[in-house]
Design a protein around this ligand. Sequence first.
Ligand code: CO
Length: 214
Amino acid sequence: MKENMAPYEKLLLQNKAWAKEQNAEDPGFFKRLSAQQSPKFLWIGCSDSRVPADKITGTDPGEIFVHRNIANMVVNTDINLLSVLQYAVEVLKVEHVIVCGHYGCGGIKAAMGQTHLGIINHWLKNIKDVYRYHREEIDGLPSEDDRVNRLIELNVQEQVFNLAKTSIVQAAWKSDQRPHLHGWVYGLSDGLIKPVFEMEAGTHIDPLYEYDNL
Ligand code: CO
């Protein structure tokens, strides 16, 4: 490697090495993947650099369709999330949608505080709402870490509910009993994922969100 290499140049060099290695291990790899993708999973995770979906699940390119944002939110006015969800459910026909949060999430911590952070506050407001729904339980916990980590779990659960409330998921549940929804939380300190909430395809939710003409 040449000296005084800019950090981004290192990424390009590592990419070359990775492609070469991948090709040596499995000569058909790129040809196969460039023809089509058929992932079984949609991953909705936090943008945090320490929670890479494929690495922590030991999966290869082609296995997981990924959407990431601050604090792994499912916001029903987010055209980006909705487009990803629609494509994953209706075209790729994924069988599982996973919302994966992580302990120590900075987005959740910020949402529990009162510092104005500019535009990000509009995003964090969705998390403040989750806190408000569960205020009694969370505020009853002894330490700040406990309170943050419990909100992280409850937020994942709430985002699974938000998925279930979309007409995209409601229609897929009606027509072919998929996708199953999963709420997970990843531990930065031990690398382990803890499942905290599940929703089988077809689970009945508040009829307010069930459309009879889908
Ligand atoms: Co985070």
